[in-house]
Design a protein around this ligand. Sequence first.
Ligand code: FES
Ligand code: FES
Length: 230
Amino acid sequence: MSLQKFPNLYPAKQKPMETEKNHSRPVEESDVKDNSRRDFLKKSALITAAALTPVAAAKAAELHLDERIAGVFEKMPLNVEINGVAHNLMVEPRSTLLDILREQLDLTGTKKGCDLGQCGACTVHVDGHRVNSCLTLGIMVNGKKVTTIEGLAKGNQLHPMQEAFLKHDGFQCGYCTPGQIMSAVACVREGHANSELEIREYMSGNICRCGAYPNIVNAIQEVKEGGLAI
Ligand code: FES
Ligand code: FES
């Protein structure tokens, strides 16, 4: 029996399978420049180590010295005010604000949940606006003012939103709480806390796996109704 009787089973012309290569973007001149610059830095580091002694070269390779030296050369300056304190830092251009806060400055109140912009645990204020710090590159806040949960209280005096969260039991495990509070403050400042529905809508970027939502809404409503400038 001829296969040609079954054209649907054995199509004459098959569409070539799409490969990963088909989806990749064309290599740009800047990619080539970046790669050759990094290669140059890495090779220079190894050549320097090799010029010392073979033992030093082996040790350098073992410690990934080439990567480390290349990393130092690739850092960029970041001047930023965080919780009222000026910082002059050197950061990798790819570092997120979240990682800089937590890893470089030890401000671990800001939490890393999803690291994908989906949970809100990393919410901080940049020039008064709430942002997901896991989606914000550190170099994007150069010259700006950042406020984290550590900067909300005034000395021993908690911020009214922190007081309200305590009063209304707006948390259980507490992991999402710093992000919830930073978002809640912004929600009231933005004028988006006029009803339970509106609060739920404008707080929807902050996920609480413990389900403390009703108490969080109560806390925000109390602050809003208190009319304090926050
Ligand atoms: Fe940033 Fe989840 S850690 S949104
Ligand atoms: Fe546990 Fe919100 S209090 S995740």
